[in-house]
Design a protein around this ligand. Structure first.
Ligand code: AN0
Ligand code: CP
Length: 317
């Protein structure tokens, strides 16, 4: 694999899940693969899991790791071409990218959607510039429209816990005080559409996602109805995608919070969330603390998904 920005680039999902299972059972089997190879992780946004799990994955593969938080200590970067740089940004991304590429063998990039300009976000301008100008393999650590390392960990977690061949997976919107990108739900939908699971998405009116991601999912506006008979509840907030409302918060109704009363409608479903999660906005304390909550094993699988992808990139260097 060269670049990794979407779960669809894995081709056969079953093969990828088998590769992930091998990595999980044999975390130190490929230590020589990363010898004298350097991973550079670049963060335009905050992170706990992605930063630690990707670093751990690289160390398991024998790599050296450098981390740059662009907003802490680096020069402020201009990202638009053609701008007269007389403002507060001393360096342009178009110089910074090839410079960073010259210091490493593989680059991971986290660059969230700005939620101001839908075309700019959905054209994935930042990560595509890294692909174009770094000269190195680039993988997404959550870009504007997708979070594929999260999705691979999510599907691996479902595979490890499902008790039916075709589980019913329900992705539910839940309230949040700040506008969040659509990357996690887009990417989860894209990944679930590569499986044969039953797939339902529930959200308030106005929160429709890009159909290019939701694909075959059934959209159900009644959250309680959607939960009936579910095997997995995947909660996530996102801001509006559609038209002039792009990036806006349209609903803060805490009746959408996932709580025990709603979980009782399911078929004893597992609860999932990518984290970080706001308790008692997205999910009640008792649900996230219940034995059916998978949030910790789901986060632990982020090492496995990162290592599976890094291994594949290193194998093709
Ligand atoms: C981010 C998001 O919703 O995309 C990162 C999730 C992994 N969440 C927040 O900013 C709270
Ligand atoms: N789930 C996830 O990507 O978490 P971080 O934002 O902490 O990396």
């Amino acid at each position: 694999m060269k670049h990794f920005t979407s779960i669809t680039q894995l081709g056969d999902l079953k093969d990828a899940l088998a590769a992930a299972k091998y990595v999980k059972e044999n975390p130190f089997a490929d230590q020589e693969l990363g010898w004298n190879k350097t991973l550079l992780m670049i963060f335009f946004n905050s992170s706990l899991r992605t930063r630690l799990s990707t670093q751990k994955a690289a160390l398991n593969l024998g790599m050296n790791v450098i981390v740059l938080d662009v907003n802490q200590g680096a020069w402020k970067l201009e990202t638009e071409r053609g701008v007269i740089m007389d403002g507060d940004k001393p360096e342009h991304l178009l110089e910074a990218i090839p410079v960073m590429g010259s210091y490493c063998d593989v680059i991971g990039v986290r660059a969230f959607a700005g939620l101001q300009d839908r075309d700019y976000d959905y054209n994935e301008v930042i990560i595509n510039q890294f692909i174009k100008y770094s000269g190195k393999p680039v993988f997404s650590m959550e870009a504007a429209t997708r979070h594929p390392l999260q999705t691979l960990a999510d599907i691996l977690t479902i595979e490890e816990h499902k008790t039916k061949n075709r589980p019913k997976v329900v992705m539910t919107w839940a309230p949040h005080p700040r506008a969040l990108p659509q990357a996690v739900p887009n990417s989860f939908a894209e990944g679930i559409n590569m499986t044969d699971y039953e797939f339902v998405i529930t959200h308030p009116h106005g929160y429709e996602l890009d159909p290019a991601f939701t694909g075959r999912a059934r959209i159900e506006y009644d959250q309680r109805k959607a939960f009936e008979g579910a095997d997995f509840i995947y909660a996530k907030n996102w801001s509006a995608y559609a038209g002039d409302n792009y990036g806006k918060i349209l609903c803060t109704d805490r009746d959408w919070t996932v709580d025990a009363e709603k979980m009782a409608l399911t078929d004893n479903a597992f609860f999932m969330h990518c984290l970080p999660v706001r308790r008692n906005m997205i999910v009640s304390d008792d649900v996230i603390e219940s034995p059916r909550s998978l949030v910790i094993p789901e986060a632990a699988n982020r090492v496995v998904s990162a290592q599976t992808i890094l291994k594949s990139i290193l194998s093709d260097l």
